[in-house]
Design a protein around this ligand. Sequence first.
Ligand code: ATP
Ligand code: MG
Length: 239
Amino acid sequence: MQVFVDLDIVAEDVEKFFGSVKVLNRISLKIRKGEFYTILGPNGAGKTTLIKLLATLSRATSGRVVVANHDVMKEPDKVRAKIGFVSHDPYLYGDLSALENIEFFATLYGVPKARDRAVEVISQVGLQNRMYDLVRTFSRGMQQRLAVARAIVHDPLILLLDEPYTGLDQHGIRVLGDMLRWLKSQGRTIVLTTHNLAEVFDVSDRVSILSNGKIVYEGFSREVDISRFKKIYFDSVGT
Ligand SMILES: Nc1ncnc2c1ncn2[C@@H]1O[C@H](COP(=O)(O)OP(=O)(O)OP(=O)(O)O)[C@@H](O)[C@H]1O
Ligand SMILES: [Mg+2]
């Protein structure tokens, strides 16, 4: 297979149909190692569908997706070992404590000293005081933070985050922002979807706009300021 030296994520002419409805329309992406790539788009644009393909949780109808030099269709396990995924579904067990949850996932990923590592990431997301509480007693924002802890417990090179700011309070927004900056400073590749560019513009290297299943714009944040991006967004999406 072709080796991508500088690229962590490559999508080539990806299409996704649900029944006869085309939801992703010939998407091509090249995301560099260590890049922070933000995808904007209105409801129903296809953001979750796209990020799920990258996360091996869904299959493209046609085209190819390569993550960390592994084809997501052919080597999903190898891809999963390299990625952390944060989505609307926190993938947590309500009847286990926060610590039991994260320790479970750490063990699943073969992380050495699973319990110590679980305590470490729970502290990093600011939940150390609630570590022994059952997850079903957590607020949505707390579950979201714990989902971030789960996503990073195996020290993944690549983080995929689908609207991670949803449901977070001001403190949670700051904790997540600091964490994303810290993960980026460690050279990790981050792909994030959002409705709110203001939350992530400063940390993003590149921003793209997905509309009706097509990438209609891609640009570097160092070259275009946020107000220009917002104008491009409204011009291309029309809402
Ligand atoms: N499992 C499914 N079966 C059928 N259609 C689906 C399925 N999942 C998504 N779709 C459709 O695909 C389109 C894109 O949905 P998707 O969830 O990817 O959008 P999104 O950009 O993430 O939107 P939002 O901002 O609301 O999260 C929508 O029209 C949606 O109805
Ligand atoms: Mg979505």
